[in-house]
Design a protein around this ligand. Structure first.
Ligand SMILES: Nc1ncnc2c1ncn2[C@@H]1O[C@H](COP(=O)(O)OP(=O)(O)O)[C@@H](O)[C@H]1O
Ligand SMILES: [Mg+2]
Length: 373
């Protein structure tokens, strides 16, 4: 079980939130799309104190240290601008002299043995995946002790967290459908992402989704580097089995997509708390409020899809992200049969019965016509 609670976390309410929750005091802190530092990918109890090769001052350390650019990398790349930074690495816009094109060069910032091993795996796993909505790997290497991955540049990349506030509901669902289908491809290859969240789903300048950051992924055939009972992921998006440190599966990514879907539908994260410990407790022991109880205009079919993705038991969720993506696609097309199936599955899942029988049944019967967005 979880032994974390290092910090108390604050978060801004998403800008597209339809209305404040009745119990939201201005001083209340919640976990929605907050400060990315607050919701960083994490391996609780990681070996941060053991530093690896840090002899090259030009490279960034951790999440904040500034870098003086441009930097020559491995005699091949010229990094000119920082594009973003997460829990594992810093990503730079760089020119690749060999391929004569711009790339997104990710350099590891977490120089612990585990961090370096995870980065090596990220390269290995991402290299093995090829899908138009996943970011492809162009090259990998090491520069002065720092491993790097040259990814395809996602031009004009914005994260889902940046895009959602400006997108209408249909658009948000389309983006999630494409992310789900891309993750479904990874699942088909035996890869579980394990860190699906708004910061790891990019949208390019043409509006296409590109899922990235397989830094915490597991893959069939690779030995585990997470010890049993260790907690891995980003708190707000963690599935109950992740919180408990149990084995993850494609259904773990389905849960995280369910969290994003909940945010797309209501503007809120399904669980909100003042501390990670409280959040973890809620994820394991509570059920999210049905989206339609926050906003009655949420189409009942999408509510049913969302709640199926957020079932406590992995077996009650969609088996993989592709299945979820296909249901989202059907909901977008106004396929009422799908809506009904998702609703019936919701009813079959015991931990939903208390509220599904009231909220969803009423919505389902009365609001089928509203399903088409
Ligand atoms: N291929 C890319 N093209 C453009 N920007 C990118 C690309 N990859 C990552 N970024 C930016 O860098 C940020 C951090 O990248 P990410 O791979 O998620 O790092 P971390 O593993 O540290 O979380 C992303 O949120 C995004 O803003
Ligand atoms: Mg990331």
């Amino acid at each position: 079980m979880l032994a974390l609670a290092k910090t108390t976390h604050s978060a801004r309410r998403p800008a597209w939130a339809p209305r404040p929750r009745p119990d939201d005091e201005p001083t209340a802190t919640t976990l929605g799309f907050g400060d990315p530092d607050d919701v960083a990918s994490t391996e609780m109890g990681d070996d941060d104190e053991v530093a690896a090769d840090d002899s090259h001052p030009s490279w960034p350390k951790g999440r904040r240290t500034p870098v003086s650019l441009p930097i020559e990398v491995d005699g091949r790349f010229l990094a000119t601008r920082e594009l973003g930074r997460g829990g594992m690495g810093a990503v730079f816009l760089a020119f690749d002299r060999e391929l004569q094109r711009e790339v997104a060069l990710k350099v590891v910032t977490r120089t612990t043995p585990t961090g370096l091993e995870r980065f090596r795996r990220e390269a290995l796993i991402a290299r093995g995946l090829s899908h138009p909505n996943l970011v492809g790997v162009l090259a990998t290497g090491t520069d002065r002790g720092r491993p790097y991955i040259a990814y395809e540049l996602v031009p004009g990349a914005h994260t889902l967290a940046q895009v959602f506030p400006h997108a209408d509901l249909r658009r948000r669902i389309e983006l999630l459908r494409d992310a789900a289908l891309a993750l479904g491809h990874a699942h088909g290859q035996g890869v579980v992402h394990r860190d699906v969240k708004a910061e790891n789903v990019l949208v390019d300048i043409a509006g296409a989704v590109r899922v990235t950051d397989f830094g915490l992924a597991s893959a069939r055939g690779l030995t585990r580097i997470t010890r049993e009972g260790k907690v891995l992921g980003t708190p707000v998006a963690m599935a109950p089995e992740q919180v408990r440190g149990e084995t993850t599966s494609p259904a773990t990514d389905v849960w995280a997509l369910g969290v994003l879907l909940y945010q797309a539908l209501t503007g809120y994260a399904p669980f909100q708390a003042d501390s990670i410990a409280d959040l973890a407790h809620q994820i394991v022991h509570q059920r999210p409020e049905p989206p339609r109880s926050l906003d009655p205009f949420v189409p009942p079919g999408l509510e049913a899809v969302c709640l199926r993705a957020l079932a406590s038991s992995p077996a009650a969720r969609y088996a993989d992200a592709g299945e979820l993506g296909r249901d989202l696609d059907r909901a977008l097309a106004g396929d009422l049969g799908t809506v009904r199936r998702a609703y019936l599955r919701a009813r079959a899942c015991p931990d939903w019965i208390p509220w599904v029988s009231f909220a969803a049944a009423a919505g389902f019967l009365a609001g089928l016509a509203a399903t088409a967005l």
